[in-house]
Design a binder for this molecule. Structure first.
Ligand SMILES: C[S@@+](CC[C@H](N)C(=O)[O-])C[C@H]1O[C@@H](n2cnc3c(N)ncnc32)[C@H](O)[C@@H]1O
Length: 290
């Protein structure tokens, strides 16, 4: 019995038996790599199979091959691609994740006169922002700095390829446990608790959203922002790409960074040995050459 007939005839049993064939997996992983730079080695076949099965059921399709053909079709490219990305991306994130970076931003970057020129807007980009915890954390740091430096103006740009994650980011509503590690003073100031005791959620204060723009951006595309950034965070995104793609993606990111601007990557990532216009400052923190 092949996976088609199983899905069709025995929907209660399909998740245990339906198989993403090696051929379909190879075609899909080639596609993800070409379009989004995301590497999907054979070891991830079962993971992808599990994640796609849910989507196949929602679409009332009968096989992985049918899904693949739909995905590659013109209609699929228009209608399914965002859903597909929601399925294949891993979006783990947190408020104040890797706090060393936020301390560095506050203690070294913001007071740097070369970065922050009077009258100019400080511009920062969270590339691969997932559900928004990273740009909201940046917003907390910048709002706190603004409190003591009223002339300070800033703009935060946050982008991702996952529409599902961007929707969460735009709403700014999270499980209350998400801010367990946030200092109490910041919790009180920047988050609102739901009034309904049965609803254990918090919402970010509107002040955190005031200078923040959230939008879709595929780091594999050719893109250009109207102004260069003073700081770019691209943390825990490179892990998706192979080394060659990482270098290509960062080279393009660097074109959007001001000379002397700062670039942050995740602590499990490395760009050493790559030919990039960046000077190493501290582990995972770099500065663009002048
Ligand atoms: C693990 S999350 C990291 C979130 C946050 N930067 C952090 O460190 O907490 C990685 C994010 O990268 C996004 N991503 C993966 N490939 C991408 C691409 N080609 N272009 C833009 N974003 C991408 C995923 O959708 C995901 O939300």
């Amino acid at each position: 019995m092949n996976s088609n007939s199983i899905l069709q005839n025995n929907p209660d049993f399909d998740c245990f038996k339906a198989q993403l064939s090696e051929k379909d997996f190879a075609d899909i992983s080639k596609f993800i790599y070409a379009q989004f730079g995301i590497k999907m080695p054979p070891i991830k076949r079962v993971m992808l199979q599990g994640r796609l099965l849910k989507r196949i059921r929602e679409l009332k399709m009968t096989s992985f091959t049918e899904y693949k053909e739909y995905l590659f079709s013109k209609e699929g490219q228009d209608k399914e691609i965002l859903q597909f990305l929601n399925v294949v991306t891993t979006n783990k994130t947190d408020f104040f994740r890797e706090p060393v970076h936020f301390n560095f931003l506050n203690d070294a970057v913001l007071p740097d006169e070369k970065i922050q020129k009077p009258g100019e807007t400080f511009r920062i980009w969270s590339a691969g922002c997932s559900s928004g915890e990273e740009p909201y954390t940046i917003s907390i740091v910048l709002n706190e700095f603004h409190k003591n430096n009223p002339a300070f103006r800033f703009d935060i740009t946050a982008t991702d390829i996952s529409s599902q994650m961007l929707d969460i980011a735009v709403k700014g509503i999270y499980a209350a446990s998400k801010i367990d590690g946030v200092p109490l003073e910041m919790k009180k100031k920047y988050f609102l608790k739901s009034k309904d005791p049965a609803n254990q959620t918090i919402k970010v204060n509107r002040i955190l959203q005031a200078n923040l723009t959230l939008s879709y951006l595929n780091l594999m595309d050719n893109y250009s922002f109207p102004n260069e950034f003073d700081v770019i965070f691209c943390r825990n995104v490179l892990i998706y790409f192979d080394r060659e793609t990482q270098e290509k993606v960062i080279r393009q990111i660097c074109t959007q960074l001001k000379p002397g601007g700062y670039f942050f990557i995740g602590h499990s990532e490395s760009i050493s040995g790559m030919n990039l216009p960046l000077e190493h400052i501290k582990p995972t923190i770099f500065r663009k050459n002048n």
